[in-house]
Structure formats: structure tokens, C-alpha cells
Write a protein that binds this ligand. Structure first.
Ligand code: ZN
Length: 420
């Protein structure tokens, strides 16, 4: 629905190749109020032996860039940009560029990611000052290179350009930090339970793209804000969100945010996609160590790719001792997570279409906090026309929010009764 402001039209490839300026139909972007640098159009051109990218800016812009393998990409970092392109997040490419994504990567740092159709090197990149009142122009030329040369030159350590992005937030050590209070302490202390809502995806990562052109990142953010308002109104909970704007947050940082708030419950919000437009229904996931269900494992894999998409390798090895401590905490946490998920299925069954075997198990990274009961809800399929349309309405999301609030109530009542 138009009033949600959620429509995310994909810029047609033809328009990009033809050098369409898009000023007439400019997308009204809330970032424009905050950011100094406005990007007004982007063009891709195939030339003899190279592909040229040109981006118009309303004022001077600083940049730095590097390449990443698997899949081959060029990542361009800039200060915060107000994107006023025709589309609002993703569109097709041309020449060596297969697609382009852009968005806020972290405060003060916007990012463009050019997906490459084959390994390429940045032959040159520079900014041209305006002539005759025209725009500032960022120009980048790409040419084909060998895989060996591409791998050798890739990585953020081979950054070219002068823009220095802030270091990403440090990861929280898994066990060195003081663990949050357990539900046991909630029951005895009488303090309000703390809930952290996690709208999936954001910024350069749009998540699934619906048949209606809607982006998952926008649905999850709208739902997250509305669910927070409903839980706040109950007066029974302290509710935080991992993000309340359209920005990218690494998966491990989402867990770290929950732990910093001392969360008693973490709820990650997503919407699904399937090659078959007929598949529909809501599902709820909790952590499975083995992710034995192969369908679930494939899904977990695609959600986990988020960190790779944004160009950050966040994998790390824990020591044996750390693993044992986490395992002990995790067993109790997994039981509580399952209780929450089962309760959600009971409440949601009354309101909406559910996927068969509604409560599923997978290895989603955001569910891996060892000491915070966590669930991930796939609110429906954006690949299904009915559910895509429903999820874009406030009324439908309110139904989900009602059910969620009731299941949160039931969960904490049960935890209190069992004296935890
Ligand atoms: Zn998702």
C-alpha cells in the first residue's frame, strides 16, 4: 500500500544503459534530509575492452574501493549518501557488472556493491568536478582480468582511494562478557522482561525481493516498528530493536546488541522467498545444531550469506573451552526457544496461513546466542502474490503483532510459573 512507503521499484536495466537521469521521477528519500551528498543518477556503459560506471553527485564526494571474490564484486565506500536514483536498492547491470546494490553500511559510511559477471580489475577511478553547473561525477572503469590476478589484488587491505571508513564495531567475545540475567532472575527480581526485535537485512542487503517489487528489508523494518509499539503499549516489557533505520548490521552484531541489552528473548523478523509462487505460509525457526532438515539447511545457508554479501568475513574459531561453556548454556536456551516457538504456532494458527511443520530447526547465525532464547519468524512468502500483498498492509501485520504479543505473554507467564 502506498501509505506504507514500502514499494521498492527495480530500476529497469534499459534505463541504466541508456543513461537515464531520473531527475523527473526522483524517489523521495528520507536520507536526503540527513546526508550532505546526494547521488542523482547512475549509468553503466560497455566500451571497447572496458565497462564504465558513472554516478552523478550534487556535491563533492570522497571514496575508496576494493574487490572481493566468491562471488566477484567491487565494493565502493563513501561518506553517507542520499540515494536519489530511480530505484531504491537493487538493479540489473551491463557489461562486466551483473547487478548493483547500495545503501547505508554503517553510520557515516554508505556502500555500493557492484556484482561482476567475471573477474575484473578497476583500471581507474576518479571524481570529476562540475563543468557549467553540471554534477560532480564519479567515474570507474573496469576491465577483465585473470582469476589469479583478481584474487591477488582483492580484499579490503588493497583499498584504493582516500575515503577512510570507520572500523566496524568490535565483536563481543562469546564468554568474556557478563552474561545477561536468566529468566530465573527475571521471575525473582520483578523487573520487566527485555525483548529485542531484529528486523532482518537492511542497507546494502535487501533480503528477498517480492513478486510485487517489495524488499524484505522494508517489510521486516515496518513490522518490527509496529510490533515494538504493540509490546510497548502492553507496559509489560522493555523492547529494543537491532535496527530502526534502513542500515546494514552484520549477523553477529545483531546477537551482540541483544546481549548488550541483557535480552530475555530475541525475535528475528524475516519474510521468505521460493522459486514456486504457489508456496505460502508462515514458519518459525529455532536453532538446530545439525540442521538435519535439508530444506531448512538451505534456507539457513541463504540467510547466513548476508555477511558475505556485505563484504565482511565474520567467521571465527572458538577455543575448546569456550565451546563447552557455550554448549552448556545453549542447551537450556534451546529448550526455552522451542517453548516460545511452539507457543507462537498455537497463537498464529488462529490468524494466518501456516507452512506445514510450522516450527522448524535450522542453523541461522542470528539464533546462536548461547544465553538468549531466540526465534526467527518467516512471516510469509514474498514470492507468493497474495502473501506479498498482505505483508505490505498494516492490517495484516497488526494480526501478526497481536499473535506475537499473546505468545510473548504466554511464554513469560510459563517461565515465571516454572520458577526460572
Ligand atoms: Zn531474510
Amino acid at each position: 500500500m502506498a501509505r506504507d512507503g514500502l514499494e521498492g521499484p527495480v530500476l529497469p536495466r534499459r534505463a541504466v544503459l541508456a543513461g537515464f537521469c531520473g531527475l523527473a521521477g526522483v524517489l523521495v528519500c528520507p536520507d536526503a534530509v540527513l546526508a550532505a551528498v546526494r547521488a542523482t543518477s547512475v549509468r553503466l556503459g560497455s566500451h571497447d575492452g572496458f565497462t564504465r560506471v558513472v554516478i552523478d553527485f550534487a556535491s563533492q564526494v570522497n571514496f575508496s574501493l576494493f574487490t572481493l571474490p566468491d562471488p566477484a564484486r567491487v565494493v565502493v565506500d563513501m561518506p553517507e549518501v542520499a540515494w536519489q536514483f530511480q530505484g531504491n536498492g537493487v538493479f540489473g547491470g551491463g557489461g562486466l557488472v551483473s547487478s548493483l546494490r547500495y545503501g547505508l553500511f554503517q553510520p557515516g559510511n554508505s556502500r555500493l556493491v557492484f556484482d561482476l559477471s567475471r573477474p575484473a580489475t578497476v583500471k581507474q577511478a576518479f571524481v570529476i568536478p562540475p563543468t557549467d553547473g553540471g554534477p560532480w561525477r564519479f567515474v570507474m572503469d573496469l576491465e577483465v582480468t585473470s582469476i589469479e590476478a583478481f584474487l591477488k589484488a582483492s580484499g579490503p587491505n588493497n583499498r584504493m582511494g582516500t575515503f577512510q571508513p570507520a572500523a566496524p564495531p568490535p565483536e563481543q567475545p562469546e564468554v568474556a562478557v557478563k552474561p545477561p540475567e536468566t529468566p530465573k532472575q527475571v521471575a525473582s527480581s520483578g523487573r520487566k522482561p527485555v525483548i529485542v526485535l531484529d528486523p532482518g537485512h537492511g542497507g546494502v542487503d535487501p533480503g528477498a525481493i517480492g513478486v510485487t517489487g517489495i524488499y524484505e528489508k522494508n517489510i521486516t523494518l515496518a513490522a518490527g516498528k509496529e510490533f515494538k509499539a504493540m509490546l510497548d503499549r502492553s507496559g509489560r516489557y522493555t523492547v529494543h530493536m537491532t535496527r530502526s533505520t534502513d542500515m546494514f548490521i552484520p549477523l553477529r552484531e545483531r546477537i551482540a546488541i541483544a546481549r548488550r541489552h541483557g535480552a530475555d528473548l530475541f525475535i528475528s523478523l524475516h519474510a521468505d522467498s521460493n522459486p514456486s509462487t504457489a508456496v505460502k505460509g508462515l514458519s518459525v525457526y529455532t536453532l538446530s545444531e545439525k540442521a538435519s532438515d535439508s530444506e531448512a539447511a538451505a534456507l539457513a545457508d541463504s540467510e547466513n550469506k548476508v555477511d558475505i554479501i556485505a563484504g565482511m568475513d565474520l567467521s571465527h574459531q572458538s577455543q575448546d573451552v569456550t565451546n563447552i561453556l557455550i554448549d552448556l548454556a545453549q542447551r537450556e536456551t534451546m529448550n526455552l526457544s522451542s517453548q516460545m516457538a511452539e507457543g507462537m504456532v498455537v497463537q498464529l494458527r488462529r490468524e494466518v496461513t501456516l507452512l506445514r511443520q510450522t516450527h522448524r530447526f535450522a542453523g541461522f547465525a542470528v539464533l546462536k546466542a548461547p544465553d538468549v532464547p531466540s526465534v526467527l519468524i518467516e512471516m510469509g512468502y514474498l514470492s507468493n502474490p497474495d502473501e506479498a500483498r498482505q505483508l505490505q498492509t498494516r492490517e495484516y501485520r497488526a494480526k501478526l503483532g497481536d499473535s506475537l504479543t499473546r505468545s510473548v505473554d504466554a511464554y513469560f507467564n510459563k517461565v515465571r510459573k516454572s520458577g526460572r
